[in-house]
Write a protein that binds this ligand. Structure first.
Ligand code: PML
Length: 235
């Protein structure tokens, strides 16, 4: 994994790849290029780290992708709530989440929200790790479905596929903290990855990443899965 910072300690880029030993040079170059591009050539600090993975890698099919064009943030947010409901999140829980929401930005990770209690399980922010989609397989998928090669979408789709690929998961709600990127999504195993063109206003630096979970399942094992289980998305 790699990360870059600019002065003032603001985190501006991060990334991760799962690679074979032979592919390490390629993976490091990719992360280096990514850090340099995102920081417009001059990060103050960059770090690239290796973790040796011993566990067998689990394969998951990518979630199906559907895009919704909305006229306004209000319509986008209304659609997000409707999709969450369809995914099995009770209305009361959705209301409770929106009540907490602005406070969940800037955690550097996702908040787990229990659909039964309508409460957050862990507010420290869980960082999902160890997931990837090999470039050649992704290219084939993107060509088949006529999807634009959008690396931000690819990374989000890989993450959403992992997050919803466990029995404790009910749905995910996400939009970026990048003030220039306003598309977000709702994802669930059944609904797939549903992109919504406007979920916030340009210039807004508040992002959101919530995993709705069934708190009656084993949440410790879900958190372990999110952080440690290696996943390859494969079409
Ligand atoms: C997409 O365009 O489908 C990706 C939306 C979410 C991006 C999340 C992020 O970049 O932090």
């Amino acid at each position: 994994k790699g990360g870059a910072h600019e002065q003032g300690g603001k985190h501006i880029s991060g990334g991760e790849q799962i690679s074979t030993f032979d592919g390490i040079t390629h993976a490091v170059n990719f992360l280096l290029e990514k850090g340099l591009t995102h920081s417009k050539g001059s990060p103050d600090f960059m770090q690239i780290q290796f973790d040796c993975i011993h566990d067998p890698v689990q394969l998951l099919n990518p979630l199906g992708v559907q895009s919704h064009q909305v006229e306004s943030v209000e319509k986008g947010q209304a659609l997000a709530r409707q999709l969450l409901k369809q995914a099995g999140v009770p209305e009361k829980c959705i209301e409770a989440l929106y009540h907490h929401l602005p406070g969940y930005s800037g955690l550097g990770g996702a908040v787990l929200f229990d659909i039964h209690s309508g409460r957050p399980i862990d507010e420290r922010g869980i960082r999902v790790s160890r997931m990837d989609w090999q470039a050649d397989n992704y290219e084939k998928w993107a060509a088949y479905y006529g999807k634009p090669r959008n690396s931000r979408m690819k990374e989000a789709l890989v993450l959403a596929t992992k997050v919803t690929g466990h029995p404790a998961a009910v749905a995910e709600l996400c939009w970026s903290d990048d003030p220039d990127y306003i598309t977000g999504y709702v994802a669930s195993k059944r609904l797939g990855y549903r992109r919504i063109s406007k979920l916030k206003k340009y210039g807004d630096e508040r992002g959101c990443r919530i995993f709705f979970v069934n708190g009656r399942e084993d949440i410790e094992s879900y958190i372990h899965y999110l952080k440690k289980q290696p996943i390859f998305v494969r079409w």
